[in-house]
Design a protein around this ligand. Structure first.
Ligand SMILES: [Zn+2]
Length: 439
């Protein structure tokens, strides 16, 4: 139960793709945490005994949805010594120990709450060490502490030696073992399934390895069938035409990162008979790639292989966004938080990047992060827009985000399922932000 309140006189940024703005609105939130009324301030009746929050001069938009989060790290660049193959094994062994589990769960909780305090009222994790995010989700939903709505994947599903192994993946090398891994995750309470369809940037050991297909269509089809039977969407890390085509044919619902599209891919995105809801969506994550491409290697500390892969993947990702825009394919928003340079308080930067670099208008970028993400994730009946009957997931800011998306960086209020955070503070990494502000 939350305390009923009315936000009075704010400008509503609806979050639709056209950038519709409604000045001088009042939003009333009931004790069940849902929006009970929204409309022109002069018309909306505020029930007696309802406290008010001053909205004059402020902008209220739907709370952000981060459709691609990891939570095992704070996003500060890792020293290269820790990303070598041998160090990875040591880190993985520790993370999977009982002491490591406590550390990883503590980080997940801290990072999830940082995302909340920076305006993320729903997040989907796509690749966890174990089931620590599932546990945090259950604690939030059980009322132990306030938090965002969490959709949790648990460990992602990969082939031997594939992307995400050994730290955040369950391994299989044939369809039936892949099915077993889905069943294991479902039994543990996950509400998302993530596949590593291709190699990735940060753990590639050779130029060109990022994007190389790692799972067969048959394996991914088995995963999709198991997940869809439980009503669960499947996301796939996929960074090449071949990898994405296989994933789409198999029935994957959201393609993470993406690449330039051919006609078959475009067709499958728009109408995918094997997907859960009949179409598939693209979730670009520019924030995971842009700093590695834009900042000098002396700052990022990445080696030539990672740099070359990052450049290749970045160009593909941009082309994927252009092709999605040109062909009316749903574009969602995710940050790939926890990866190097992707902190948990900088979700606004992804919205900014897809606008400045990806070619979306600011309104389209906000829509990707709100209404489009909600529909893509099948939660648009409860969140993603400011409408009567929906959960009060709101972000209140002092500046017009459509004029400058940086206005999202310092929320005046974050409201999550009716619970108000007043001028929430987060721990920032100033040196990292200074680098990110340079491009
Ligand atoms: Zn990721």
């Amino acid at each position: 139960m939350t305390t009923p309140f009315a936000l009075v006189g704010a400008t509503v940024v609806t979050g639709d793709a056209a950038g519709t703005v409604l000045p001088d609105q009042t939003v009333v939130v009931g004790q069940d945490g849902k929006i009970t009324a929204v409309g022109p301030a002069g018309d909306v009746q505020i029930p007696a005994g309802t406290g008010t929050v001053a909205g004059h001069g402020r902008y209220v938009l739907p709370g952000l949805i981060n459709a691609h989060a990891h939570l095992f790290s704070d996003g500060k660049p890792l020293p290269s010594i820790l990303t070598s193959e041998s160090a990875e094994k040591v880190v993985s062994a520790f993370f999977h120990s009982p002491v490591g589990h406590r550390v990883v769960k503590g980080r997940a909780k801290k990072n999830i709450l940082t995302q909340l305090r920076s305006g993320v009222t729903t997040l989907r994790s796509l690749g966890d060490v174990g089931y620590e995010v599932v546990e945090v989700r259950d604690e939030i939903d059980g009322g132990a502490y306030p938090g965002p709505r969490v959709i949790a994947s648990g460990p992602l599903l990969a082939a031997t030696g594939g992307h995400g192994t050994p730290t955040i993946a369950l391994v299989s090398d044939n369809p039936w073992d892949a099915r077993r891994n889905v069943r294991t995750n479902l039994r543990k309470g996950v509400t998302a399934i993530k596949i590593a369809a291709t190699g990735g940037v940060t753990d590639a050991r050779a130029i060109g390895e990022a994007g190389r297909p790692q799972m067969t269509e048959e394996e991914m089809a088995a995963i999709c069938e198991e997940a869809h039977a439980a009503g669960i969407l499947v996301a796939a890390h996929a960074q090449s035409k071949e990898g994405i085509t296989r994933a789409l044919r198999a029935g994957v619902d959201t393609i993470e990162h993406g690449a330039g599209m051919n006609d078959e891919m475009i067709e499958l995105f728009r109408a995918n008979p094997q997907s859960l809801h009949g179409s598939s969506a693209l979730v670009p994550t520019l924030q995971a790639c842009l700093p590695l491409v834009k900042l000098p290697q002396t700052d990022t500390g990445i080696d030539d292989i990672v740099r070359a892969n990052a450049e290749m993947i970045y160009e593909e990702m941009l082309q994927g966004i252009r092709d999605a825009l040109a062909n009316d394919i749903t574009i969602g928003m995710g940050t790939d938080s926890a990866l190097t340079y992707v902190t948990h308080y900088n979700t606004w930067r992804e919205v900014d990047y897809v606008s400045r670099y990806g070619g979306l208008t600011p309104a389209q970028a906000l829509h990707a992060a709100t209404g489009a993400n909600a529909r893509m994730l099948g939660i648009d009946t409860v969140t993603g827009s400011i409408e009567t009957g929906k959960d009060a997931d709101l972000l209140v800011v002092d500046g017009d985000p459509l004029a400058d998306l940086r206005a999202l960086a310092n929320p005046a209020y974050v409201v999550a399922r009716g619970l108000v955070l007043d001028h929430p503070e987060v721990e920032r990494f100033d040196d990292l932000d200074a680098q990110l502000d340079s491009f």
